[in-house]
Ligand binder design. Sequence first.
Ligand code: NAP
Ligand code: MG
Length: 497
Amino acid sequence: METRAISATVARFLLESKKLLINGEWMESSSSDLLPVMNPATGERLTYIAAGNEEDVDRAVAAARAALEKGDWKKMTPMDRSKLLWKIADLIDLHADELAELETLDNGKPISISRNGDVKASSNVFRYYAGWPTKIVGETNPVSNGNYLNYTVREPVGVVGQIIPWNYPLMMAAWKLAPALAVGATVILKPAEQTSLTAIRLGELLIEAGVPAGVVNIVTGTGKKAGAAIANHPRIDKVAFTGSTEVGRHIMQAGAVNIKRTSLELGGKSPNIIFADADLEAASLGASEGVFYNMGQDCTAGSRVFVQRQVYEQVLERIVQYAENLRVGNGLDPLTDIGPIVSEEQVERISSYVEIGLEEGATLMSGGKRVTDGVLKHGHFIQPTVFANARNDSRIAQEEIFGPFVSVIPFDDAEEVISLANDSIYGLGAGIWTRDIGRAHSMAKSIKSGMIWINSYGAVDPASPFGGYKMSGYGREMGAYAIDLYTETKTVWVKMD
Ligand code: NAP
Ligand code: MG
């Protein structure tokens, strides 16, 4: 079995099995149960993590509640919280190489994505929210029913449960933690069981930065045990969830127990629409990157590419060429474009959609096969896959596949493509490629999705709201919207006479 050189720092981190972070201390699960952590590129075991359960979540909630209600965290000034968030960002940057290596080992993604995408985006989001604590303001309201001073204050929503997926492990932790800390909430974070390592390392950095005990608790473990315990807990005030639509539905139902505030970032089947007048080179590249980035394990993956019929063959050929030039390999190899899929289960799921696509009569233009030769044989690799002439109402064009898998679909005019694009249970992202500025804006208005990219695809920034329409979830992360997610508004009436 092939082993690539792991840096001494990361090797040291992996040496002992990883623990839960509860009340500022690293501890075993109350059951002492462990889960193995696998490297998806080699099938090798990297280490173990603690399998947290209901009792562990209980302990974490008690710590988070105590930290919320009394002690150092409550006494911290907004300016102190700013400094703390900025310091966390600096520590992430200081340990960027280590975090990137750990992410690639654990998740499989190419090291260039870990280093230049995920880790940078993670420190950026902390730095962005470092500016917020001193700017979370209330209002005075001009009431008419008496002589009152009426004002609002924003208070932390309380104890927050945050449940995150495996596709951007560190970055999802950062997106969730930074705004919650900015407002002064306290947190129980549950990373995905397949990819908990960078969240655990981030936990160490949070302590180093000076986050008080109990403010951030990290309970690793399965969704069925640790995740469900968070979703069901009567003393957790809010749950922020990123993951599948199916589990999102459970989170909503479980939240009914104590009328939890929930926010859900769920799946997608985003359209990327190319008109004949577009810069076809840029559009073909944008459509290819838009679906193959991060092996397509991206909720905003542009997995339905609609191309106007007169340029359909031309664009299809470019996308196929792009897919065939992608180099599949171990993510630690700097030449790799397509790393392993996160798990065996996911490769099987993607492969099953290749079968479904063929049965549905779509044309397989490229890829679709598992890669099992040489050093890759113990990992979870699949070729980037391009299907042509898929019908929009077929399963491969309707169901989220979450892999390097694209359906390229022809259309004739704007009216038709609007109805095809919107014919989906999801509404997360959409791309529009055209040189006609009027058409670009009218398409942006007509497409039902949370984010629209014009002559580009997939840009994300801490200042720009992120989230979905329809079954892609509700609530928006980033910007001022995430401050709303983690605060309550209190109104105060003061009788003036
Ligand atoms: P998932 O199965 O829904 O898991 C997400 C998280 O929920 C994991 O931590 C999981 O734990 C946990 N979980 C599972 N069952 C649970 C339960 N009954 N109660 C509470 N928590 C539970 O999703 P995934 O397969 O990891 O991620 C892929 C999905 O996430 C895709 O559908 C993708 O579109 C979506 N996603 C959306 C966004 C967005 O912002 N909209 C971003 C990224 C991903 P374990 O994994 O540890 O069992
Ligand atoms: Mg792993």
